[in-house]
Design a protein around this ligand. Structure first.
Ligand code: SF4
Ligand code: SF4
Length: 379
């Protein structure tokens, strides 16, 4: 039953390309986003399709390295490589790119990307001090509103932004319900299956279609839990993955952990649980968007206590046996923050912790396998 649904997911992912083409043929727009901090509600409110564009594949990195330094985060090189080689249909569909000043590498890469396509950069504060930064951040969001209105010719009325917030809140709730399925011990889903579902539904032009499919998968998983139908045993090590975002193509660490006999049951990163926030529907919409997006606990914020708080909550709720902290090579913010995360996991949670720094290539796969197997033996 689960396999049939995963097949349906794949079919829908393929049909989704046609949906986007059809949407564009009718003169509508698509907007590419590179970071969780950018409020996609604005695109939805203007009748445009928001497309998540972060590069997760190794293939376009070689062409990116003709321009970018080699010792740069693979996510940045992959994203730029897709753009410069015109090999990502979602980048091609995007009429404009919404970027954020997150880390140094990304914001400088966006300057080069603007030679390929119009890029609007949101000046993201580096601290979550609302007294100092909420107002300027809200103004950034209002500026983006104007840019999107001018491009699409559609006014983002109060009614439209409110209904976009409601729709995307429903999508985030569905994703949370899905990710919470793996709280069951043992879990009916593999970490790789979770990555696949979250990755593929992220591109759906029709958000409601994605929500319905996620709900169908949740129903099947609940039946599997009831029937005790799971690929795991009660004592299979339960791993939480934290750190940088991952997706299909940049999932080698999840694969190796699961091939080594554990189950990645929780993803704390921005491709996982960090996406499960809710925008307050009772507040003035743009203030609510500014508050919630600025509160995302990514390592580009300094300090970033929110990540430790989220880890604390997830480690206990998902009955975690060990934490793997993933850093893409040359990602300074996650690399340095690993010191605090290790201290918290070891000292406060009394759990084993493994920090992995790698890229998208397969060159270190066997080396990683040895380290991960040794780590799992500690559990
Ligand atoms: S890791 Fe942080 S900066 Fe990078 S995409 Fe995620 S939220 Fe944005
Ligand atoms: S993983 Fe780190 S270096 Fe790479 S884009 Fe995200 S914050 Fe920047």
């Amino acid at each position: 039953m689960k396999q049939q649904l995963l097949k349906k997911l794949q079919q829908n992912a393929e049909l989704n390309i046609n949906d986007i083409e059809e949407h564009k043929r009718k003169g509508n727009h698509a907007i590419g986003f590179y970071c969780l901090y950018a409020p996609t509600e604005l695109a939805v409110a203007a009748g445009a399709i928001p497309l998540p564009l972060c590069g997760t594949r190794h293939d376009p990195i070689e062409v990116a390295e003709e321009t970018l330094p080699r010792n740069l985060c693979p996510l940045i090189k992959s994203s730029y490589g897709f753009a410069v080689s015109d090999t990502c249909p979602f980048f091609r569909f995007s009429d404009i790119i919404v970027a954020d000043t997150t880390c140094d590498g990304k914001k400088k890469m966006f300057e080069l990307m603007s030679d390929i396509k119009p890029v609007h950069v949101l000046q993201l504060p580096q601290q979550q001090n609302f007294d100092l930064f909420l107002e300027p951040w809200k103004n950034e969001i209002l500026n983006l509103k104007t840019v999107i209105e001018d491009m699409t010719g559609n006014q983002i009325t109060r009614e439209k932004i409110t209904s976009a917030i409601e729709l995307l809140n429903r999508e985030r709730k569905a994703k949370k319900r899905l990710m919470d399925i793996t709280k069951a011990t043992p879990s009916p889903l593999t970490g790789m299956e979770l990555v696949e579902i979250l990755f593929k539904t992220g591109f759906f032009a029709d958000k409601q279609k994605g929500i319905d499919l996620i709900d169908e998968i949740i129903d099947v998983c609940n039946t599997l839990i009831k029937n005790g139908d799971t690929p795991y045993k009660i004592d299979t090590p339960r791993i939480l993955l934290t750190g940088v975002p991952i997706g299909l193509g940049s999932d080698k660490v999840v694969k190796i952990i699961e091939e080594s006999g554990a189950n990645v049951v929780a993803f704390e990163n921005c491709s996982g649980y960090k996406q499960t926030f809710q925008i307050d529907e009772t507040k003035e919409p743009f203030l609510a968007l500014a508050e919630q997006y600025l509160s995302i606990p990514c390592s580009v914020m300094s300090p970033n206590q929110g990540r430790i708080d989220l880890l604390d909550e997830m480690i206990s709720q998902f009955s975690i046996d060990g934490v793997v902290d993933l850093t893409w090579q040359a990602c300074h913010t996650y690399n340095i923050e690993a010191v605090q995360v290790q201290k918290f996991v070891n000292d406060n949670c009394k759990l084993p912790y493994l920090h992995i720094e790698t890229d998208y290539s397969e060159s270190d796969t066997e080396q990683l396998r040895v380290r991960i197997e040794a780590f799992l033996e500690m559990i």
